[in-house]
Design a protein around this ligand. Structure first.
Ligand code: SF4
Length: 293
């Protein structure tokens, strides 16, 4: 396949493979009403995810806990940065209510970065999982966590109390683009967290996600996949970066669907056991499906 380094071009016109009908339908509206009546933010809405129509219509949503304000300011992300409020003790019960009303069997929980909290927010993840599990013992969980800067060991210990789950942390992009896209993050720190999770939890699948189209080269993408396998990461999603808000980074390139097929094969060759690679792949997209995609 040709190399994907590209010069910046007009990204306003979406290629045909990225056009989707506007979300609608009864189940979609039901999901939207449940989330809004419980005042639960979702990354689906905040990140303007293109899969909302499909996911919400099938009763899946990814809740964003610990408030809608992030202590970082990543340029690929549309979550506002600032000084967040303390964790809301009513949130676990509201999430449990949502899971009941939407009859969820698999719940993905993610959060903003909470560098202001000594445990990075791990205790609140635990409280949310425990409350949902108390009310719905059959629920399966996937947690998509921040990098737990300065408290990785303690945070993973706290989360240990809530096993089992799939443990996900997104590498997001290649290391050369961190200063541009993820200035508050650190590539090695993210790898360290995935390695530590693997060492801390027996038999827990670990998962990561990378966005393409920010100006990365093929060699960099391949090396990032290898780095993730180097810390025994099992699952990967590879998707197209789409500018989520007017202040976010521009798209540098729209990667054609065939290239995502190429990366899917490559990821399998490198040893990932579960791969979701397509222009619409997101960390939580089709997360409940056990089979590789
Ligand atoms: S892919 Fe994830 S973030 Fe996007 S709509 Fe589906 S559940 Fe929400």
């Amino acid at each position: 396949m040709p190399d994907s380094r590209a010069t910046s071009h007009n990204s306003r016109k979406l290629p045909s493979w990225l056009r989707r009908p506007l979300p609608a339908g009864e189940s979609f509206i039901h999901t939207e009403q449940v989330l809004s009546s419980l005042n639960l933010p979702t990354i689906c809405f905040i990140a303007n995810c293109p899969n909302r129509g499909q996911c919400w219509a099938s009763g899946t949503a990814t809740v964003l806990i610990l408030g809608g304000i992030c202590t970082r300011n990543c340029k690929f992300c549309s979550v506002p940065a600032g000084k967040p409020a303390p964790p809301d003790p009513t949130e676990p019960a509201r999430i449990a209510e949502m899971a009941k009303k939407l009859a969820l069997k698999y719940l993905v929980i993610t959060s903003v970065d909470r560098d202001d909290l000594p445990d990075g927010g791990a205790g609140h993840f635990r409280d949310c999982i425990n409350e949902v599990r108390r009310q719905r013992p059959e629920m399966k969980f996937e947690i998509l966590t921040p990098d737990f800067h300065n408290c990785q060991t303690d945070a993973l210990k706290i989360l240990h109390e809530t096993l089992p789950f799939v443990f996900a942390h997104n590498i997001e992009t290649v290391p050369s683009l961190y200063p541009l896209a993820r200035a508050g993050g650190d590539y090695q720190r993210s790898l360290d967290l995935l390695r530590l999770a693997k060492e801390t939890y027996d038999n827990v699948p670990t998962k990561s996600s990378i966005m393409l189209g920010l100006g990365e080269t093929d060699a960099e993408v391949e090396q990032t996949l290898k780095d993730l396998r180097g810390v025994a990461c099992n699952r990967i999603t590879i998707g197209q970066y789409l500018k989520p808000s007017k202040n976010s980074l521009e798209v540098v390139q729209y990667i054609p669907p065939e290239k995502f097929d190429f990366w899917k094969q490559k990821a399998f060759q490198l040893g990932f056991s579960w791969v979701c690679s397509s222009p619409f792949a997101r960390s939580s997209y089709l997360a409940e499906q056990e089979n590789t995609l």
